[in-house]
Ligand binder design. Sequence first.
Ligand SMILES: [Fe+2]
Length: 207
Amino acid sequence: MLDRSKVTDEVRARVQAELPEVEEIRSPELRALVIEAWATALAASSFGAIGEIEPSGNPGVNTLQRGSQTDHIRGVTRMALAMAEQLEAQLPDLRIDRDILIAGALCHDIGKPWEFDPANRRRWEADPHGSGLPSIRHPAFGVHVCLTVGLPEQVAHCAAAHSGEGELLVRSLENTIIHHADYAFWGIARAGGLLRPESIAELKMRH
Ligand SMILES: [Fe+2]
């Protein structure tokens, strides 16, 4: 499914331009792996850029009226960072790994190029009982991407368990922040009238 030979410097450069928060990661190795992971996820899909992916939590669910999927990824990352900074200032005993937090937030939805790919959706919708619909949700596919490129387990955990799947395990501190930032993003977008009315999910919906 993932063909790393299709990853080009052009796609890497596009990812870097779309996600300027990557520069906030202090470790150069981790920074490069986040870019590699997104470029690998895109190269295995019909999308050439993160901004081409429908700006929704799930396909057709919680869709922004305006903007792109990068607004979601960047918004969650910035909120997660702000939460961490504000709470660390207030609660000095809190020990948040800033690099893992940023990398985890940037990669939490890295499985979306797979789950949102129109070619995959057509295939699954044609035979849901044969393939599943979707066959693999973005959190699980995100783990595949993260571990394939060599991202640390703590980052793969954020892809795996930022959403409903995380109810089956104990989330790490960094992933707990990302989970709340992710849900807050959609809840605030909804309250602010930023979602397409026909796409609005009940709060129990998983994203
Ligand atoms: Fe998300």
